[in-house]
Design a protein around this ligand. Structure first.
Ligand SMILES: Cc1ncc(COP(=O)(O)O)c(C=O)c1O
Length: 401
């Protein structure tokens, strides 16, 4: 399957008739068809990690597919509730849960939390007691592996996500009358593309987690494995197969003896259903390289600067010209604004658009949109075969004060 289908190319061509600045487009019909089989099983309960893409229409599509919602801030919570989702279907993860944020979540009816520190446990208990409610709490655990690896979620590095098993040992769970400790949460690797590697990592997590629950004196009813399921960013890249993942998850569930296995999916849920269309500003030659300067860069799609991995890119127009290598640069005055090296037709010019694919997750809201005061990109969706603009481009004079 090509990253950019003929149907999507036609939709983007149509939008470029009226758009002059970069925009995202999300295929909600394709997204719904992809999501439905994910929830049609009884092995793992799925939450949508809203941080991957908090657009209203995307949340609504996840809701239709039967996902519940993992939020990490009051902003994400409010956006989910605004779509008509009941707060009983919300889980709160994230390392920065202040007391005011906890108060806000409880006042909105959220009752399920992943605690990432001793303070969070104390504050959850205190606010829940004040509001006379009971909460379900999972403790987030951070493990270390001997053959350590790193990635943006930390891998084997020290991160603020949860605590080591040693650090949790001193928690006296009986001291928190408003909290029911039901499980443990662990998530340290992102964008994994091997079921075997995932299975190995998950399997190694089970014994220390069971030991921790045992030491703390509660029965491990829920094991939350977070996210981490990857998507390919290169042509011909490996894709995870959901049925194989389910087999692996079923074995982890059996080995841990839990009643419920949970995951919060971001990238694997929505990543493949978004494109980012970007006008070419100019082509130039420099020190033997061909450079393309484009209108939008890491102000709209930051990920290449964080991971050094480009989003796949194609020319929107079909061209029979021979291809050459280009370095693609965004408009910001930092060398970090680099969207990768891509093979594209030689006849690209200032009237062209490039299309970046696999941009449905960790696109616009992960970026740095205000630097240099360019437009915020418009966001379009395709739903029931119709194109709809959900947010028009926003010019700097609308957001600068
Ligand atoms: C706690 C938590 N769960 C789930 C996710 C989603 O991860 P992914 O996009 O790899 O599915 C994240 C992403 O950072 C996260 O922080």
């Amino acid at each position: 399957m090509p990253f950019l289908s003929t149907a999507h190319r036609q939709v983007i061509e149509q939008i470029t008739q009226s758009e002059q600045t970069p925009f995202f487009v999300y295929d909600l019909d394709g997204l719904l068809a992809h999501l439905k089989p994910l929830t049609e099983q009884s092995v793992v309960k799925l939450w949508y990690a809203v941080k991957a893409n908090p657009l209203s229409k995307v949340i609504q599509t996840l809701d239709k597919a039967g996902f519940d919602f993992d939020v990490a801030s009051s902003g994400e919570l409010n956006q989910v509730l605004k779509q008509g989702v009941c707060s009983s279907r919300v889980l709160n993860t994230g390392p920065a849960k202040s007391k005011p944020q906890i108060q806000h979540f409880l006042s909105q009816g959220v009752r399920t939390f992943v605690a990432e520190s001793h303070n969070q446990v104390h504050w959850l208990n205190q606010v829940a007691s004040e509001q006379n409610v009971q909460l379900r709490v999972l403790l987030r655990v951070q493990l270390r592996w001997p053959d350590g690896e790193k990635n943006p979620l930390g891998g084997d590095s020290l991160t603020p996500f949860g605590l080591g098993t040693q650090q949790w040992q001193s928690l006296d769970i009986n001291a928190f009358k408003a909290l029911n400790f039901v499980g443990l949460h662990i998530f340290q690797w992102g964008n994994m593309l091997s079921t075997q590697k995932l299975t190995e990592l998950w399997s190694q997590m089970v014994p220390p987690l069971l030991a921790l629950a045992d030491n703390l004196g509660f029965r491990l009813q829920v094991l939350d494995l977070g996210g981490g399921l990857g998507i390919p960013y290169q042509e011909g890249g490996i894709k995870l197969v959901w049925t194989q993942l389910l087999d692996s998850l079923a074995s982890i569930k059996a080995a841990s003896g839990v009643e419920e296995l949970w995951m919060e999916l971001g990238r694997f849920a929505v990543g493949e259903y978004g494109h980012y269309a970007n006008p070419v500003v100019e082509q130039k030659q420099n020190y033997g390289e061909h450079q393309l300067i484009v209108a939008g860069g890491i102000n709209h799609i930051l990920r290449p600067a964080v991971t050094c991995q480009a989003f796949p890119c194609e020319l929107l127009r079909t061209s029979t010209a021979a291809k050459r290598d280009y370095l693609i640069h965004g408009p910001l005055c930092t060398a970090l604004d680099h969207l990768g090296r891509h093979e594209l037709p030689q006849d690209i010019n200032e009237n062209d658009w490039l299309v970046f694919s696999q941009c449905g997750a960790y696109g616009f809201t992960e970026s740095m949109p205000y630097f240099l005061c360019h437009e915020l990109p418009a966001e379009y969706v395709i739903e029931h075969g119709e194109i709809q603009c959900i947010r028009p481009a926003v010019a700097a004079n609308e957001y600068l004060r």
